[in-house]
Write a protein that binds this ligand. Sequence first.
Ligand SMILES: Nc1nc2c(ncn2[C@@H]2O[C@H](COP(=O)(O)OP(=O)(O)OP(=O)(O)O)[C@@H](O)[C@H]2O)c(=O)[nH]1
Ligand SMILES: C=C(OP(=O)(O)O)C(=O)O
Length: 281
Amino acid sequence: MVGVSEARWTVVMPVKRLPAAKSRLRGALPGVPHEELALALAADTLRAVRACPAVAGVLVVTDDPRVAAAAGAAGARVAADPGGGLNAAFRHGAAVAGSRSAVAGLTADLPALRPADLAAALRATQGVRGFVADAPGGGTVLLAAPAGAPLAPQFGPGSAAAHAASGALPLAGEWPSLRRDVDTPADLADAAGLGVGPRTAALLARVAGAVRYGAGMQGTVATYDASTRSGVLLLDDGTELAFPARAFDASGLRLLRLGQRVRIERDADGEVVRVTLPTMA
Ligand SMILES: Nc1nc2c(ncn2[C@@H]2O[C@H](COP(=O)(O)OP(=O)(O)OP(=O)(O)O)[C@@H](O)[C@H]2O)c(=O)[nH]1
Ligand SMILES: C=C(OP(=O)(O)O)C(=O)O
């Protein structure tokens, strides 16, 4: 049980402008706009931080209007990005938080983060400046400084070694959900295995749905009513699937014959949006 006195950390979370953010992830989720993915990663990170009992407040440092709106809606304060890169953003956030606050700088790409892992890592600082390396070990996901001590962030390539060299204590817990930052598609798959927050999960489900129900699916026409332009398809796995008039209208066909082989396009909700001949583009 965490006492009220433990809820004393201000978490500073910088988020890059979405069009430029998470560039190594561009195209990771086919059909999902990149900015949606970058926003979902930050929103799920923020959600877990807000749910952490050790956290008194969150300060998101960003120039992105969508991130700022989402952060405000989630109960975080927002500070404008001062420019000058990630460490400048962390320093600015720490300055806004003020020297009377214990400040934890956290990257915003931790969609699998569990509040308990963050709470345990913050507890492990034991009043000294400390950091948590990312899963590969070379980077940093969390840098925490007690009230009155400068955060002195040195994020960037090789930041774990830089933080250790600066005198910060390497915090040695497992905390897999905290260490799992998402920079690449492989990291995203790894995070999915740990279990991601709802925004990222929804995007993963959208892609899974598109793959499952994608343009490759075929079946035959079981019933077709020319007066309503709707009917039922028999899928190759034996299941039946109704299609509405608009799915037929989208095909450009004049009629369907019973037993005719068709290609089926469905949306992520499984709704048939288009029925075409297998030979049609
Ligand atoms: N406010 C702010 N946040 C930043 C800046 N640079 C990086 N960040 C954030 O810092 C965190 C860690 O940065 P990276 O993992 O390098 O993320 P990134 O720069 O968005 O991703 P890549 O383009 O793939 O390098 C992410 O949450 C970024 O949104 C910056 O200049 N300003
Ligand atoms: C900025 C950093 O993140 P990444 O290595 O994920 O880009 C860092 O680890 O210091």
